[in-house]
Design a protein around this ligand. Structure first.
Ligand SMILES: Cc1ncc(COP(=O)(O)O)c(C=O)c1O
Length: 434
């Protein structure tokens, strides 16, 4: 066969910085080997820490200490998007306390660390002990002697900072240049030290990691390389399974579930994808959404040497602060390489347009990064039809569930949100007249 010499490579197409839809050639149609144990362990840890969380954050009393978001029907948005099947929102924009998808993983990792320190110090005698002891004076004195570090584009820092400070850790968040001012200020108000870096996320991680690990009592929450974060994020899949069952929405070969998740370094969407494939196997199809200037996970999944977006000539500049990552987590990419169905990339203007569209149709407020999932279904049914055909899904769209993961926004100050909406209104009008 003569090779198609003139067809551009995926790197060449990405380098144009224009939105595209990529199907993962390494995607496996068969369900992965069962590996649920680590996810169930993380879920059990969050469960045994639930009374502790109620004590630290009394607003969690109504959910008995579980940090979970609702699964929402969005009929007006569905009409606006003209999407087949049943359109749902997994409303992580509304997650209590931390206000984003980074909450489950972030809280899980800090609770893991606190638990092992307290077990080693004899404050907890076993994992059956009363975890409210972790909010007591003895534990606080212990935690105050330990440095907890993390690097973030904003929302992971909010998650780690809030739980770290509530437990009494000496908590330090290294913020990349993309992080929004209000996120830094909010952390400072909680007594968290915020170190601002003029560099991008990957460089902030390297600095934060080195500085934290130089302290003998330092513990670094490493978003590029953390099973504890990953399995904490993956707990969302178990919770979603229960929510779908409660709503009597089937997921099986006849009723496929398509999921669209905004993606930065890959940890949160990767953990969710991994968890969903464990729970639903071949019946679930996960697509990630990345900024056109920062498609690092697309690059990392398709090439195990994990090139950065700079390597192919992109600049990583985007208003989607949570997704402004130039280099993917190779650890995450290796776990989802055959499980991720595809990635579509988005322009900043389309994020504001969709943020505005969600407000106009459903009166739901989110942040720009969290809007990247919204165009997923329409993009799949227009640019991803090869996928539907190859997976035998074409005739099943009417009975499919289309799930958009809205990943952050609850804590956005009103004035900021107003600016987002104004920009979204302009972007909508411009896109209509294009
Ligand atoms: C709102 C929002 N959505 C999605 C993500 C992506 O998560 P990850 O960086 O783990 O891929 C982030 C990351 O901070 C975020 O803040």
């Amino acid at each position: 066969m003569v090779p198609a010499q003139n067809s551009p490579t995926i790197e060449q197409r990405l380098a144009l910085g224009k939105p595209l839809f990529w199907l993962n050639p390494a995607y496996s149609q068969t369900a992965p080997e069962p590996q649920l144990q680590d996810i169930e362990d993380a879920a059990a840890r969050l469960q045994r820490c639930a009374p502790l969380l109620v004590r630290l954050f009394p607003e969690l009393a109504h959910s008995q200490g579980l940090i979970e978001s609702p699964l929402l029907p969005v009929p007006a948005l569905q009409q606006a998007l003209a999407v087949p099947g049943t359109l749902l929102l997994k409303a992580d924009h509304d997650l209590p306390i931390a206000g984003s998808v980074k909450a489950r993983g972030g809280f899980h990792e800090v609770l893991c660390h606190a638990e092992s320190l307290a077990l080693a110090a004899g404050i907890l005698h076993s994992t059956d002990d009363d975890y409210q002891k972790l909010a007591g004076p003895e534990a606080r004195t212990l935690f105050a002697q330990h440095l907890l570090g993390v690097a973030s584009t904003g929302n992971l820092g909010l998650s780690i900072g809030v739980i770290g400070a509530a437990l009494g850790f000496d908590t330090c968040v290294h913020m990349s240049s993309d992080a929004k001012e209000w996120k830094k200020q909010r952390l400072r108000n909680f007594g968290v030290r915020v170190i601002e870096h003029a560099s991008d996320y990957s460089a902030a991680v390297a600095r934060g990691r080195a500085e934290t690990q130089a302290n003998p009592r330092g513990y670094f929450v490493d978003d590029e390389n953390s099973p504890r974060l990953f399995y904490g994020y993956a707990v969302a899949a178990l919770r979603l399974r229960d929510q779908l069952a409660k709503a009597r929405i089937p997921v099986d070969a006849e009723h496929p579930l398509m999921v669209y998740i905004p993606c930065g370094v890959g940890g949160a969407p990767g953990g969710i994808c991994f968890g969903l494939k464990q729970v639903f196997g071949a019946a679930v199809h996960c697509f990630f959404a990345e900024p056109a200037q920062a498609p690092c996970v697309l690059l990392g999944v398709q090439d195990p040497s994990t090139p950065s977006v700079y390597d192919i000539g992109l600049n990583c500049q985007t208003e989607a602060d949570g997704l402004a990552v130039g280099l993917a987590s190779e650890w995450v990419c290796s776990r989802i390489r055959s499980q991720l169905a595809g990635v579509y990339t988005v322009s900043d203007d389309s994020l504001y347009r969709d943020l505005y569209r969600l407000q106009a149709s459903e009166q739901i407020a989110i942040e720009p990064s969290a809007a990247a999932g919204i165009q997923g279904p329409a993009r799949l049914f227009s640019e991803g039809t090869d996928y539907l055909r190859s997976q035998g899904l074409e005739s099943l769209s009417g009975q499919s569930t289309q799930l958009i993961w809205t990943t952050g926004g609850r804590l956005v100050p009103d004035a900021e949100y107003k600016n987002f909406l104004e920009r979204g209104k302009i972007a909508s009008n411009e896109m209509l007249t294009d």
